[in-house]
Design a protein around this ligand. Structure first.
Ligand SMILES: C[S@@+](CC[C@H](N)C(=O)[O-])C[C@H]1O[C@@H](n2cnc3c(N)ncnc32)[C@H](O)[C@@H]1O
Length: 272
């Protein structure tokens, strides 16, 4: 990834299995897994966060690849909507160019689960972190974030509060959070699929992924009201993500067609 796009994967915190309320963190045995931009791979193991029987998030390759650009883009004062596995919070807090990480998480159980499962009180970077229990979409949360940052404008806002990738509500909800928190730059989980789709509808004459140029992406993010930084490497990433997840692609090793077949056979359609 680093050579192809200018950003790469990041380290994970040390996890242990735990449960709290209806939430559980479970370690899964090695299995085949999809990437976000990479073909299907055999993964050594991964941790999965469940609420009841519903998977919310895992440490699998798909998640790490889809968080990678947001880890790369984060700097200064970072606001994170959605703690989940604390995977993103851990990665950005470890960066030398990140000074402060404010995480907004709606569920007290998730916060307490991750305190034990990811042990964030003991991270070397934990002094940079503050967790706010709040609804990231509620207008009142902006005052709590401003307080936590002593009035400083956030340099980067990353939101991942949706269970499914490319949730159709995400762009509008993200724009609303940007309006409330006024970050210099921002991004949300799965934005590549949403914006690549929009870029293609805006340039119907261009063929497929060719429409996903840096300028076209920039125009789409502006239209959506989210200040996403677009580099040539990031545009290449968007094109590859789009090609990898495209409906109607032929079945082959690591192809979207094979992914759908595999998901259908194993019932993993709903897992993140
Ligand atoms: C998929 S997880 C986030 C994973 C995270 N990106 C990571 O790297 O581990 C989504 C989290 O968002 C939280 N959440 C859902 N709706 C929320 C909201 N309105 N405000 C704040 N947190 C929310 C959920 O409780 C869950 O912990």
């Amino acid at each position: 990834m680093l050579a192809a796009y200018g950003f790469g994967l990041f380290a994970l915190p040390p996890y242990r299995e735990c449960s709290r309320g209806s939430w559980r963190l479970i370690r899964h045995l090695p299995s085949l897994a999809d990437g976000y931009v990479s073909p299907t791979v055999m993964e050594a193991d991964r941790h999965v966060l469940y609420q009841g029987r519903t998977p919310w998030m895992s440490t699998g390759l798909m998640e790490r690849e889809s968080h990678a650009y947001h880890v790369h883009a984060a700097r200064g004062a970072v606001v994170v909507a959605g703690l989940g596995l604390a995977m993103y919070a851990y990665a950005v807090a470890a960066k030398a160019n990140v000074e402060r990480v404010i995480v907004i998480e709606i569920s007290e159980d998730v916060i307490e689960l991750m305190r034990r499962a990811a042990r964030w009180d003991y991270w070397p970077s934990s002094r940079k972190m503050l967790i706010l229990q709040a609804d990231a979409r509620a207008p009142s949360t902006a005052a709590a974030v401003a307080d936590a940052l002593d009035g400083r404008r956030p340099d980067y806002l990353f939101a991942d509060i949706w269970r499914r990738c490319d949730d159709l509500r995400a762009p509008a909800e993200m724009a609303a959070m940007v309006g409330m928190l006024n970050p210099a730059l921002a991004g949300w989980w799965g934005q590549e699929l949403a914006v690549a789709r929009l870029a293609r509808t805006r340039s119907p004459g261009a063929a497929g992924a060719d429409a996903v140029t840096p300028a076209a992406l920039d125009a789409c993010f502006r239209e959506l009201g989210v200040p996403v930084p677009v580099t040539p490497g990031y545009a290449a990433f968007c094109r590859d993500v789009m090609a990898m997840n495209e409906a109607g692609a032929p079945v082959g090793i690591g192809s979207p067609g094979l992914r759908r077949l595999w998901r259908g056979l194993t019932g993993r359609a709903s897992e993140r």
